[in-house]
Design a binder for this molecule. Structure first.
Ligand code: GLU
Length: 554
């Protein structure tokens, strides 16, 4: 009978290195006590999922606050799902969100002593470990075809058995080494499976940093570790990579929790210390009352690029994700408005166990706060950067007259409680387009929202008086007092209160006067503070606009 060693040599004749060689090549990291090594391990499937950004932020933060290392590894072993070039896109997007790994796959190059950091370039390493498992009889070649596996699945379904390749169902585990050897020599295609010694009726105890102590059923599946294309499966690559890259905490989505017994068994079989695990909550959404995971196909919020296209500040999305990460974060942020998540200490035990619901209103709150703190010029620069990439129309308006744009965005920003009008850059133009003549002219072609109870000739005489006495040079209060006087001349009370107390004496109140001016200048009943609008437009434009409104009323 052939030995396991002969079988292993037949399958991997060129592999001479041993696990000891790998241990030497990738020694324990020399880090201070308590320093954690975390990683982001995306598959290059074309986009950065919001859930992945969340996991990344947590991983990076944990490494940073423990003076550890955060690295990136490209998991490209599923060649069917891979989209060429998307690894680079992922790294570019991470940069936008301020994620700069200390080492690993960085898009155009890799850095660090624990590489290669692209799984498809690590074949040689995986083979060394698989060969060692084969030599010990802890892994074996499996020659089952897709049809064989289909038949197995159907018969298990009929007998109501747990599906899978395990125990007595694992046909190829019972082949003798001679049989295995001969099939390989004959060129029969094969994969390599791990020979599990578990029993799903027994429990394995594990500690999850988020979920605490768990009792899970042992793994008993002979999972595939090496595919016929020569690449490892996720489970096996996780074992090898996180061991030899010396990861101390695996932060990953809770969808991996059911696979944990497999990973525990793999580490135990190798005699390696498993990393600590933190299975993070996935981000959910409710649709028709049903809670479900954010879906790449159905939900625009599933891709971080959506937020960038809309022009949310990346910072606000990060802040929002921290509220998902730790239940005490929001309170802390509100109590410490001048600090950011960089200053916050994240802890796994304050993390929610269940999928967090995506709360767009909360994200908008953070975004408004973020933009609210910016003065017009700074906000204009931010919008310009965004527009350059995502909105040509806005970009052209900005570069035409940057100062004009900045002044519009600065409306009421000099006040003690500055306005928080915008959550996204794309919201801005619809709110301020009336300031630009070409949009204003279009707006004025539509039906205007004049008060139907107000006689047209009254509006005309108020507006005419307004341009005849126009003076906004002395400040907002004086200007408003002037508006009140103007109103009085036309029988409009100085306040709503006075009007209500004596409705017969007046046609309306000063608010009605302001509304007439507002509609004339902007075509709408809602506009930013008129005093600022007057100042930015300047006397000439204001006159022209009021004259246009008068002509439309006649
Ligand atoms: N490539 C895996 C994924 O994208 C990584 C999971 C992990 O972090 O281990 O889901």
């Amino acid at each position: 009978m052939r030995t396991y060693k002969e079988l292993a040599d037949l399958i991997f004749p060129d592999i001479k290195d041993t696990i000891e060689d790998l241990e030497k090549r990738y020694p324990e990291r020399n880090l201070p006590e308590g320093a954690e090594v975390t990683r982001f391990a995306p598959s290059p499937t074309g986009f950065l999922h919001t859930g992945s950004l969340f996991t990344t932020l947590v991983g990076q933060k944990i490494a940073k606050q423990s003076n550890g290392v955060f690295y990136t590894r490209l998991e490209d072993t599923d060649t069917k799902r891979e989209i060429a070039g998307s690894g680079q896109v992922l790294l570019d997007q991470l940069k936008v969100f301020g994620v700069f790994p200390n080492e690993g796959y960085l898009g155009d190059h890799s850095e660090g002593n624990y590489g290669p950091y692209i799984q498809s370039q690590r074949e040689g390493i995986y083979k060394i470990v698989i060969k060692a498992l084969l030599e010990q009889g802890k892994a074996y070649p499996c020659f089952c075809t897709r049809e064989d596996l289909d038949i197995l699945r159907k018969s298990q379904e009929e007998k109501k058995l747990i599906p899978g390749y395990y125990g007595e169902h694992a046909k190829c585990r019972f082949l003798t080494t001679d049989e295995q050897y001969d099939k390989i020599v004959a060129g029969v295609p094969f994969v390599i499976r791990f020979k599990s010694s578990g029993n799903h009726e027994n429990k394995v105890s594990v500690h999850d940093l988020v979920r605490g102590d768990l009792e899970l059923s042992q793994n008993d599946q002979d999972i595939v570790i090496y595919k016929s294309d020569g690449l490892p499966t996720y489970h096996f690559a996780h074992l090898v990579d996180d061991h030899f890259m010396r990861t101390t905490i695996v932060t990953r989505g809770e969808e991996w929790l059911p696979s944990l017994p497999i990973h525990i068994e793999l580490f135990e079989t190798m005699g390696w210390k498993a990393p600590k695990y933190a299975h993070l909550p996935v981000i959910m959404k409710t649709e028709n009352g049903v809670k479900r995971k954010l879906s790449k196909r159905k939900d625009k919020e599933a891709a971080t690029s959506f937020f960038l296209e809309e022009g949310y500040p990346a910072f606000a999305l990060k802040q929002y994700l921290f509220t998902i990460a730790n239940s005490n974060y929001e309170e802390w942020q509100i109590a410490n408005p001048d600090l950011s998540f960089e200053d916050f200490t994240l802890s796994f035990d304050k993390m929610s166990l269940f999928g967090a619901l995506f709360d767009n209103e909360k994200l908008k709150f953070f975004a408004r706060e973020y933009f609210g703190k910016m003065r017009g010029n700074e906000l204009k620069d931010f919008v310009k950067e965004w527009a350059k990439e995502y909105n040509e129309e806005v970009y052209n308006l900005i570069v035409r007259d940057e100062d004009f744009f900045a002044r519009i965005l600065d409306i009421e920003k000099d006040k003690p409680n500055p306005r928080k009008d915008y959550a996204t850059c794309s919201e801005i133009l619809p709110k301020i387009s009336f300031m630009f003549d070409e949009y204003y002219e279009e707006i004025m072609k539509k039906e205007l929202p004049w008060n139907p109870n107000m006689p047209k000739d009254v509006i005309v005489s108020v507006l005419q008086d307004f341009i005849d006495t126009l003076d906004f040079s002395k400040g907002e209060q004086e200007w408003f007092n002037g508006l009140k006087e103007l109103g009085l001349r036309h029988k409009f009370a100085e306040s709503g209160k006075i009007y209500k107390a004596n409705k017969d004496a007046y046609i309306g109140q000063v608010g009605d006067v302001a509304e007439m001016v507002r509609i004339s200048l902007s075509g709408s009943k809602q506009s930013p503070n008129i005093f600022y609008v007057l100042n930015i437009l300047g006397t000439e434009k204001v006159k022209r606009r009021i004259e246009l409104a008068i002509s439309l009323l006649k």
